[in-house]
Write a protein that binds this ligand. Structure first.
Ligand code: HE5
Length: 147
C-alpha cells in the first residue's frame, strides 16, 4: 500500500533518534492523557518534569517506535508482528484498543515536529495506524479481550 511508503519517507529522522523521539512520544502521551501513565506500573510516580531525562521511558519509547518501524517495513504483511503484540497487550498488559488511537495522534504530532511529516504523510500515518489497529482489534476479539 502506498501509505506505508508515504510514511517510510519520513522515518529516517525517527530511526536515527529512537530514544529521544520515543521519550517524547511517551512523555507527551502521559501529559495529554494522564490515565495512560497508570498502564505502566514501572513509570508510576515519575513526574512530567523528570520524564525527558528518564532512561527507562526512553528505552520503552524506542521499543514502541522500533516495532512500528517493523510494521511499516512489512507494508501490510504484518500478521506475524501483530499477533505477539496483540497477545502481550491484551493478556499481559491489559491495554484497551483506544490507547493505540491516542498514541497514533501523538506520533503524528511528534513526527510533524521532528521529522517534518507533511499533511499527506499525516494522512498516510493515520491510515497505516488504522489498518494496524483494526488488525490488533481482530486479534483482541479472538482472544476474548474486550479492549
Ligand atoms: O509486546 C511486546 O513485545 C512483542 C513487549 C514489548 C512492547 C510493548 C510493551 C512492545 C514491542 C510494544 N509495547 C509496542 C507497541 C507498539 C505500539 C502500538 N506498543 Zn506497547 N506496551 C508495553 C504500542 C502502543 C502502546 C500503548 C500503550 C498504552 N503500548 C502501551 C502499553 C504498553 C505496556 C504497559 C507495555 C509493557 C512494558 C512496560 O511496561 O515497559 C515499561
Amino acid at each position: 500500500m502506498a501509505d506505508f511508503d508515504a510514511v517510510l519517507k519520513f522515518w529516517g529522522p525517527v530511526e536515527a533518534d529512537y530514544d529521544n523521539i520515543g521519550n517524547m512520544v511517551l512523555t507527551r502521551l502521559f501529559a495529554e492523557h494522564p490515565d495512560t501513565q497508570k498502564l505502566f506500573p514501572k513509570f508510576a510516580g515519575i513526574g512530567q518534569g523528570d520524564m525527558a531525562g528518564n532512561a527507562a521511558i526512553s528505552a520503552h519509547g524506542a521499543t514502541v517506535l522500533k516495532k512500528l518501524g517493523e510494521v511499516l517495513k512489512a507494508k501490510g504483511n504484518h500478521a506475524s508482528i501483530v499477533k505477539p503484540l496483540a497477545n502481550s497487550h491484551a493478556t499481559k498488559h491489559k491495554i484497551a484498543i483506544n490507547n493505540f488511537k491516542l498514541i497514533t495522534e501523538i506520533i503524528v504530532k511528534v513526527m510533524q515536529e521532528k521529522a517534518g511529516l507533511d499533511a499527506a504523510g499525516q494522512t498516510a500515518l493515520r491510515n497505516v495506524m488504522g489498518v494496524f489497529i483494526a488488525d490488533m482489534d481482530a486479534n483482541y476479539k479472538e482472544l476474548g479481550f474486550s479492549g
